[in-house]
Ligand binder design. Structure first.
Ligand code: SAM
Length: 168
């Protein structure tokens, strides 16, 4: 059972870098659907992901259709504030691989795709009186850790002793 993060056309390198760091820390493969709003040797991307990029299982797709074609039978969740179900009410501990797809920073996931797949949409509760949405990298961390919590955090024990390590 593996969880996956899928980013649809991410634009801000620092967000993708943060998410890559979460992926490295949680053994979560990362799928990037192009076009990306940055080049993969972008300084900010590297800085946000620190030196963890080598530990991320990364796959690129040329567009959404390419992703769906290459992953035809997955358990897919579309993470959007427009979802009916709350993300933490879904059962992720059912032995399946779960793919969590997040939208681009400006416009989110394609509207038609969400409409056609309403039953796959999950939302993170929020008050939208003052903000339009949560930050992309925060939502990815929330959702992946909820799935892992339900799965009892598989293979996520610390293996190092930290007395002499610097904090980061
Ligand atoms: C900055 S938001 C996109 C904002 C866009 N204007 C929209 O309305 O979807 C980027 C991504 O973060 C995730 N997101 C942000 N807030 C969310 C929420 N309350 N529930 C679920 N996903 C959220 C979604 O995947 C969204 O596509």
């Amino acid at each position: 059972m593996t969880n996956h993060i899928v980013l649809f056309e991410p634009q801000i390198p620092a967000n993708t870098g943060n998410i890559a760091r979460t992926c490295a820390a949680t053994n979560t493969p990362l799928h990037l659907i192009e076009p990306l709003g940055f080049s993969t040797d972008d300084k900010q991307l590297k800085r946000a992901g620190l030196d963890y990029w080598n530990d991320v299982d990364l796959t690129y797709y040329k567009n959404l259709a390419d992703f769906l074609e290459k992953n035809p039978t997955i358990s897919l969740h579309l993470v959007t504030k427009f979802g009916h179900d709350v993300y933490s009410d879904v059962d992720y501990n059912d032995g399946k691989d779960h793919y969590f797809m997040f939208g681009k920073e400006t416009t989110g996931l394609p509207e038609e795709f969400m409409r056609d797949n309403e039953e796959l949409c999950v939302r993170i509760p929020m008050n939208d009186e003052h903000v339009r949405s949560l930050n992309l990298s925060n939502t990815a961390a929330l959702v992946i850790y909820e799935a892992l919590r339900q799965q009892s955090f598989p293979n996520l024990e610390l293996t190092h002793h930290y007395e002499n390590d610097k904090l980061d």
